[in-house]
Design a protein around this ligand. Structure first.
Ligand code: FA5
Length: 343
């Protein structure tokens, strides 16, 4: 038994002295001390020995354990000292080698397109506004003429934030339109503003629907604002984004906070006959818009005898898809570097 322990100790000592790093040393140490390792194996055998041999075997195993612990501690210290020495004497550092290149990140494609649009709109005299992602139910729905029992609430089923009874209810905003309400409360007409941001819906996701996506709201209020101003602005917007004419169609659309309302669809860039992105229609819903409903203007304290306005709610995520040929909106916020590194 004793010579067996002496051999084991000698074997471990030889491996410790040739270990070139703390990592290697730690892996040898684990072999000795971990569950199922050398020492544990020896101690496990003790109960099955003859009663007269048990005490001696237990003692011997514990002695070996203590000897190994001391040797490993000394080996760790030796390696640490050697590393310190190397560092002091310049070690592996070669000042003549070029520095390793820092990895450069890039802006998210959503941020890139958002910034381009902000530049375009600020050049046309628009302000860029921000609004909270957790919004009062009142701003997200009621002030936009979407009453509690209005069917439009179903189309924007959302995530509710738990609030104590009696307090105003909060939602994760389902669209950027509540920023219209906030803008009217703070800005004096005439004004022009855009509000890009993240919105949330309780959606069954597919290639063109995400539960978290980006929109960009636009709101213009002034004297004599008409559908002609709205369409002209939408044309400038699309020309600015695509830098070329793209086929669009304007059709009537219903939103309780605009009257009249329109849906501006863009021709699907992914197919000719219909695909999963355009739901086999060859058109992608991109840019709903309309003249601001007088009730919304009034709720915002705006004199409807004097002022009118238009608003739009650009589907920013879908626009980014079209711009870069991304065939599934779910790539955008998945955080996969293999996707993001392409931009
Ligand atoms: C709205 O959200 C209205 N607030 C837009 C609006 C603003 C109308 C101002 C009139 C005046 P809608 O639910 O259609 O409308 O969404 C607007 C755009 O967001 C859609 O055209 C589409 O491009 C995009 N969108 C809607 N749902 C999703 C989704 N689940 N995933 C990705 N994009 C979506």
């Amino acid at each position: 038994m004793q010579s067996e322990h002496a051999d084991l100790l000698a074997g471990y000592r030889a491996r410790m002295s040739s270990a070139a790093s703390q990592e290697v040393l730690r892996s040898i140490e684990r072999e000795a001390f971990d569950k199922g390792g050398t020492i544990a194996g020896m101690l496990a055998k003790v109960p099955s020995l003859e009663p007269s041999e048990r005490a001696g075997a237990g003692r011997a195993a514990n002695e070996l354990k203590r000897a190994l612990e001391a040797d490993f501690a000394a080996a760790r210290e030796r390696l640490a000292q050697a590393a310190l020495e190397r560092e002091r004497s310049g070690g592996d550092f070669d000042a003549t080698l070029p520095a390793p290149k820092a990895r450069r990140g890039s802006l998210h494609p959503l941020t890139q397109v958002q910034r381009e649009l902000e530049d375009l709109f600020t050049s046309m005299g628009y302000e860029v506004l921000d609004g909270p992602e957790i919004e009062l139910e009142r701003n997200n729905f009621d002030a936009l003429n979407i009453a509690k029992d209005h069917p439009a609430r179903d189309a924007m089923d959302t995530f509710w934030v738990k609030t104590p009874p009696g307090q105003e209810r909060l939602v994760l905003r389902t669209h950027t339109s509540p920023v219209q309400v906030r803008a009217m409360a703070h800005l004096k007409p005439p004004f022009r503003a855009i509000a890009p941001g993240k919105v949330f819906r309780q959606e069954t996701t597919d290639a063109s629907h995400e539960h978290t996506f980006h929109q960009m709201e636009g709101l213009v209020v002034g004297e004599g604002i008409s559908v002609g101003n709205l369409i002209g602005t939408m044309q400038t917007l699309l020309q600015g984004i695509f830098g070329r004419a793209i086929e669009v169609r304007l059709r009537p659309g219903y939103f309780p906070f605009v009257e009249p309302g329109f849906e501006l669809d863009a021709r699907c860039p992914f197919c000719k006959q219909g695909c999963s992105v355009c739901k086999r229609s060859t058109w992608i819903e991109l840019l709903p818009c309309g003249l601001v409903h007088p009730r919304v203007l009034e709720a915002g304290g705006i004199d409807i005898e004097r002022y009118s306005g238009f608003a739009f709610g650009l589907g920013l995520s879908r626009l980014v898809m079209m711009r870069h040929g991304i065939e599934d909106v779910r790539h955008l916020l998945a955080g996969d570097l293999r996707f993001l590194e392409q931009f």
